[in-house]
Ligand binder design. Structure first.
Ligand code: MG
Length: 172
């Protein structure tokens, strides 16, 4: 199109409810950005592995290029997605982005949870994302915040993720 620019912006958001691990609740092992926190006492109540970081990144990338959202691509009533490693969803998103002729510019990710403390794990999360998206680590920024004890996120009953991305026409 004559008046189009070769860039698209995408926004992704996800929230997962957190519960104690069995037998005290139904929480799965907590996974964020592909990093497993097996010793953490609470985790997401989810159909897949509940990686809210990967889910929000998928929605940002797919939103940028007008593809369906993660709930449409991987329905939570589909038994194939039960306990699924969300890396599968991210790889599918990367394939769809490339198929649309776009390449990743950058991702800016904000993860909000009260615990665990994310700073020691941020580099590993960025490494995982860069590997799955076949991009440079410098294209991915990840920030961890708390909710200051306020509301469900602050009370440790949910984890929330916001993502903004810029993608650009490949070779254009
Ligand atoms: Mg999700």
């Amino acid at each position: 199109m004559a008046n189009s620019v070769p860039f698209r912006v995408g926004h992704g958001y996800d929230l997962h409810r957190l519960e104690p691990r069995p037998p005290h609740g139904n929480g799965r092992p907590l996974v964020l950005g592909g990093v497993r926190f097996d010793d953490h006492p609470i985790g997401p109540v989810s159909h897949s592995d509940g990686d809210a970081v990967y889910h929000a990144v998928v929605d940002a990338l797919m939103g940028a290029v007008g593809e369906p959202d993660i709930g449409q691509l991987f329905p939570d009533d589909d038994p194939r997605n039960e306990s699924e490693d969300s890396a599968i969803f991210l790889k599918e998103a990367a394939d769809r982005l490339a198929a649309r002729g776009f390449a990743l510019g950058n991702l800016d990710i904000t993860v909000i949870c009260e615990r665990p403390k994310l700073s020691p794990h941020k580099a590993a999360m960025v490494d995982n994302l860069a590997r799955l998206l076949a991009c440079d680590r410098s294209q991915i920024n990840l920030k961890g915040k708390t909710h200051e004890g306020v509301d469900a996120v602050g009370e440790g009953r949910a984890v929330e993720v916001h993502v903004v991305t810029l993608v650009a026409k490949a070779n254009g």
